[in-house]
Ligand binder design. Structure first.
Ligand SMILES: [Fe+2]
Ligand SMILES: [Fe+2]
Length: 165
C-alpha cells in the first residue's frame, strides 16, 4: 500500500488484519464447500440448484480475492498455509447430508453457512462503524460483501421455500 494510503488508516492495523484474515479463510472454506456441493447434489430438481450454488461459489471466490487485495494494501499477508485456514476461520465447516438427493438439507446447510458469514461481516462492520472515517476503504469493502452475503442467504432460503411447495 502506498505511504499516504497507509497514513490515513487510523485503526489498529494488526487487529484489523487478523479479522480480515479470518474472513478470508471463511471465503476459501465457503468456496470449497459450495463447489463440492454443486457437484454433490442430485435428483430431478438439481440443475437449477446446482447452478445457483455454483454462481454463489464464484461470489465467495471474488470476496476472497477482494479481502486478499485489502490485506496486502494494509501491509499484511493473506494466510499462506492451507492447514491454518480452518484454524483461523469463523465458519469452519459445513455438514451436508449423506444422501445427495436430500436437497432440502443441502440448501439448509448452505443457508446456515451464509448466516455465519453475515454474522462475521456484521461483527467487523460494527467494530469499524465507531471509527468509520478511520478506514473508509475497509468499511465500504466489508459493507459491500455483507450485502452480497445477505442476498446469498435469501437466495438459499427462496430455494428452500420452492422445494417445500
Ligand atoms: Fe462471501
Ligand atoms: Fe455468501
Amino acid at each position: 500500500m502506498g505511504k499516504k494510503a497507509r497514513d490515513i488508516v487510523k485503526v489498529d492495523i494488526q487487529d484489523l488484519l487478523k479479522d480480515l484474515n479470518s474472513l478470508y479463510a471463511d471465503e476459501w472454506i465457503a468456496f470449497y464447500y459450495y463447489t463440492w456441493a454443486a457437484g454433490f447434489v442430485e435428483g430431478p430438481s438439481y440443475p437449477p440448484i446446482a447452478s445457483e450454488i455454483e454462481k454463489i461459489s464464484k461470489d465467495e471466490f471474488e470476496h476472497m480475492s477482494e479481502l486478499s487485495d485489502r490485506i496486502y494494501e494494509l501491509g499484511g499477508e493473506p494466510e499462506r498455509n492451507l492447514e491454518n485456514l480452518q484454524k483461523i476461520a469463523n465458519c469452519k465447516k459445513i455438514t451436508f447430508p449423506a444422501d445427495e438427493r436430500d436437497l432440502e438439507s443441502v440448501i439448509d446447510a448452505l443457508a446456515e453457512a451464509e448466516a455465519c458469514a453475515i454474522e462475521g461481516y456484521n461483527k467487523l462492520l460494527l467494530k469499524l462503524s465507531s471509527c468509520y472515517s478511520k478506514d473508509v476503504r475497509t468499511f465500504h469493502l466489508v459493507q459491500h460483501i455483507l450485502s452480497e452475503e445477505i442476498e446469498h442467504e435469501e437466495a438459499f432460503e427462496n430455494l428452500l421455500e420452492k422445494k417445500k411447495q
